[in-house]
Write a protein that binds this ligand. Structure first.
Ligand code: NI
Length: 143
């Protein structure tokens, strides 16, 4: 049996700011720069969800991409798209919505549903800008 990794991409856009209330304006500016802008800023995010497994004898699939897409759309895109990540999103409430924290929290949401659909979540890649992205392997070393 050969392990195969398959990836589905979905996109959403959202606003946020990186700012700590318990820090001064100056310290927030020093650490977060423009990202601390009081009146928010936005990104066109893309999320790449990679599932690992072996191919199903009947379908040739590791996971049905229709099922994977549905999980990501319902649990990630729906709650995040066109939202303010600091204010509107229950699963990010009280957290600093950096791309890193978002990837960690998204993992917690989709890990079990992907198992239920017969796959194993291997990696989340969350792209914030064309120059910045995060890769998260559930807290494990990648390979
Ligand atoms: Ni930002």
């Amino acid at each position: 049996m050969k392990t195969v990794y398959i990836t589905r991409r979905e996109t959403f856009n959202a606003a946020h700011k990186l700012y700590r209330e318990d820090w001064s304006e100056e310290k927030n500016w020093e650490v977060f720069g423009k990202c601390s802008n009081a009146n928010w800023h936005g990104h066109n995010f893309s999320i790449w969800v990679t599932v690992k497994g072996v191919t199903n004898e009947d379908t040739g699939f590791v996971i049905n991409l229709k099922d994977l897409s549905k999980i990501i759309k319902e649990l990630v895109v729906e709650p995040l798209d066109h939202k303010n990540l600091n204010l509107d999103v229950p699963f990010l409430h009280g957290l600093l919505p950096s791309t890193e924290i978002m990837a960690i929290e998204i993992w917690k949401l989709i890990d079990q549903p992907i198992k239920d659909a017969g796959g194993e979540l291997a990696k989340i890649k969350l792209v914030e800008t064309e120059n910045n992205f995060v890769e998260y392997y559930g807290g494990k070393e990648p390979f």
